[in-house]
Design a protein around this ligand. Sequence first.
Ligand SMILES: [Zn+2]
Length: 191
Amino acid sequence: MTTLAAAPRAFAADDKVAPPPDLFDAQGLDLEFWLKPRVLSVVRPQSGEKAKVLFWQDGQLIDSAYQELCHILRDVNGRKTAAIDPKLLDTLWGTQAYCARFGIEQPLEILSGYRTPESNLRLIEQGVPAARQSLHIKGKAADVRIARLTPDVLGGLVRSFRQGGVGFYYREGPKGGWIHADTGLQRTWNG
Ligand SMILES: [Zn+2]
């Protein structure tokens, strides 16, 4: 008899005998995790901004905090703020909160969030990896890094939330690579 190990777990409230979650697999998270207040701690290396923002509590997005996060994830070059998909914020928060369970409490570095079409085109012209129809233009993507986590580990965790696409950008050097996370179709690639 075989077990369908790949089947997604149901989050049953009376699931007392559930095994501990596998390291860095978000599918093992329980309902309690998702009901906690969501505080995102971010830095924007490009502008030097830092923020720790409680953006979701008691089942609701907190509008002023949401606006603040949209501002932090703005197009710093193009100086334009746009709406960021709240689902993306949830995935970023979930990633950070999950890491915190293992004592990894660094802020999430936002390398890129929303991009104007002009900024995105400029990146392509400069040879920076960027898609022409990038989800950054729609406020549905962010390029992120967490200090000490490799793209493999961070990207594997982001992917395990099953909320959209994940790009793994491996780079040499002290800062290492980064991860592209979006709320589009579930897919992965190396860039
Ligand atoms: Zn990206």
